[in-house]
Design a protein around this ligand. Structure first.
Ligand SMILES: NC(=O)c1ccc[n+]([C@@H]2O[C@H](COP(=O)([O-])OP(=O)(O)OC[C@H]3O[C@@H](n4cnc5c(N)ncnc54)[C@H](O)[C@@H]3O)[C@@H](O)[C@H]2O)c1
Length: 246
């Protein structure tokens, strides 16, 4: 019960990593505000959690919606913010729509900034912390993912910058960088076109059965958010089944 009495916000909680993270925090005693654009998925997550869940529909592309989500989550104080919501779109660069590049940045990066900005006054008061979900694509370039990689490198940079800015005010800011996780995001059909699959597969996990379950990532998030990690800030924890080892 590492989070008994704590108020936690988890975005992207309608499926995948966000759902697993919200369930874990609730199981360990937290009251969890769960945010997502997918209201049906959010309702399913809320039903799995029970009374400890407060579902809130929001759109990460809409700044006012992100700010309203934080204010609802902070009704009784706010101790932990987990920025999990995100999108993946990939494909050969020359045929990649600029609008999709901008959308990746809006959902994966700008919304994280807006949510952190709105949450920080509450977290300063509570001496709380933030855990952002980056990606191995936030640490290394992967083929056909210029937009996604840009958006996740920015999340890693934002995490360490905020850690530096807020350390003296008692707020920790960390990130988890997952590798391949079995969620709806990674079950999309690949983009059309002549793809270099040898290069795509270089980025796959090297551990036997190396792809992660959402719960593997939730455990890392909960660790960083807990008092067990009270001396960790600006930490970027890679959980990738060995994708980045050479
Ligand atoms: N699955 C992987 O292999 C993997 C690897 C590295 C990082 N990640 C990151 O983990 C996070 C969670 O991804 P996942 O794998 O659980 O995928 P997922 O598709 O299961 O979950 C993403 C969630 O974000 C929500 N979302 C998307 N656009 C939104 C918007 N505009 N407003 C509000 N919510 C929105 C979706 O509805 C969905 O519930 C993402 O940030 C993703 O980039 C995933």
């Amino acid at each position: 019960m590492r989070f008994a009495g704590k108020n936690v916000l988890v975005t992207g909680a309608a499926s995948g990593i966000g759902r697993a993270t919200a369930i874990l925090f609730a199981r360990e005693g937290a009251r969890v505000t769960i945010g997502d654009i997918n209201a049906a998925g959010l309702a399913e997550t809320a039903a799995m959690i029970g009374d400890a869940a407060r579902p809130v529909s929001y759109d990460a592309e809409d700044h006012a919606s992100c700010q309203a989500l934080v204010e609802t989550a902070a009704t009784d104080g706010l101790d932990v913010v987990c920025n999990v919501a995100g999108m993946l779109k990939w494909g050969p660069t020359e045929s990649f729509a600029v609008g999709d590049f901008e959308r990746l940045l809006a959902i994966n990066t700008t919304s994280v900034f807006v949510i952190c900005q709105a949450a920080l006054p509450h977290l300063v008061e509570a001496k709380g912390n933030i855990v952002n979900i980056g990606s191995t694509s936030g640490l290394r370039g992967m083929i056909y993912t210029a937009g996604y990689c840009a958006s996740k490198h920015a999340v890693v940079g934002m995490t360490t910058a905020l850690a530096a800015e807020y350390a003296a005010r008692g707020v920790r800011v960390n990130a988890v960088c997952p590798g391949h996780v079995l969620t709806p995001m990674t079950q999309q059909a690949p983009p059309e076109g002549d793809l270099d699959w040898d290069m795509v597969m270089r980025g796959m996990p090297k551990l036997v059965d190396g792809s992660c379950a959402p719960e593997d990532i939730a455990e890392a998030v909960a660790f960083l958010a807990s008092d067990q990690a009270r001396k960790a800030t600006g930490t970027v924890l890679v959980v990738d089944g060995g994708q980045l080892v050479s």
